[in-house]
Design a protein around this ligand. Sequence first.
Ligand SMILES: NC(=O)c1ccc[n+]([C@@H]2O[C@H](COP(=O)([O-])OP(=O)(O)OC[C@H]3O[C@@H](n4cnc5c(N)ncnc54)[C@H](OP(=O)(O)O)[C@@H]3O)[C@@H](O)[C@H]2O)c1
Length: 239
Amino acid sequence: MNILITGGASGLGFEITKVTASQGGNTVYFTYCRSEKEANVIVKSLPHAKAIKCDFRKAADIDRLLEDMPGMDLDVLINNAALEIVEAHFHKMDPNVFLDHFTNLMVPTVQITQKAIQIFRKKKFGKIINILSTAIVNKPPVGMSEYAALKSYLFSLSKSWAAENANFNITSNCVSPDFMQTKLTEYKDPRLVELYAQSHPLKKILTPQEVADSVFFLVNCSQQINGINLIINSAQGIL
Ligand SMILES: NC(=O)c1ccc[n+]([C@@H]2O[C@H](COP(=O)([O-])OP(=O)(O)OC[C@H]3O[C@@H](n4cnc5c(N)ncnc54)[C@H](OP(=O)(O)O)[C@@H]3O)[C@@H](O)[C@H]2O)c1
């Protein structure tokens, strides 16, 4: 299969790139923004992985990616990239953060997915996998309203993509992982991280590898699985 992963050189994206590019028959295109060194290492070690520099904040980078996508003959799109989390109580949050993240994360995600769906419809096959978060499951974490709202927006879009394209043999599914230690969360106080681990039912924090294995399942699963949100939270907050 031909797979495009956004933000595929670090954190969870890196693990998804690794596991999918190691499966025979796959070609994995992954975008990176700041992780150029890591991208070069991946390309050297995984012959079926191809790096694409794409900063979602740069319109020219998005335009180039959209132009190149038809040539990739894609089967799978994995929307994984995320901008930095800005934590603040809602009433104190700078409204420009909402605008910035909507403009520079959600709009590029929409553009990339529109292009992917056009490709998938022509070949009557395709899979969209969206990385959400347990921030949208049950009680939202305090201070993360903007992050949770954007993930909820993507969840809603994912369900519409599934409904509008099921007849074209195109699926749209989500994975909602619990807290993981990655670049995105390295700002968290280590004492808080320790507390998360101690209060976790398994006494250990979810790893990006464990989540990548679930994404790998969705890459390879039946097209009958469509419109789901796979929540990975060790039963902490059951729906
Ligand atoms: N960590 C958690 O606790 C957690 C929990 C639930 C869900 N998630 C979700 O998992 C996904 C991956 O996050 P992660 O935890 O693996 O953190 P991460 O390593 O920081 O991943 C974020 C990715 O987004 C890319 N990115 C950042 N700014 C970008 C920009 N301007 N343009 C294009 N790409 C950009 C990064 O690429 P570069 O490294 O190349 O800059 C990176 O690969 C995200 O959707 C996140 O919301 C994370």
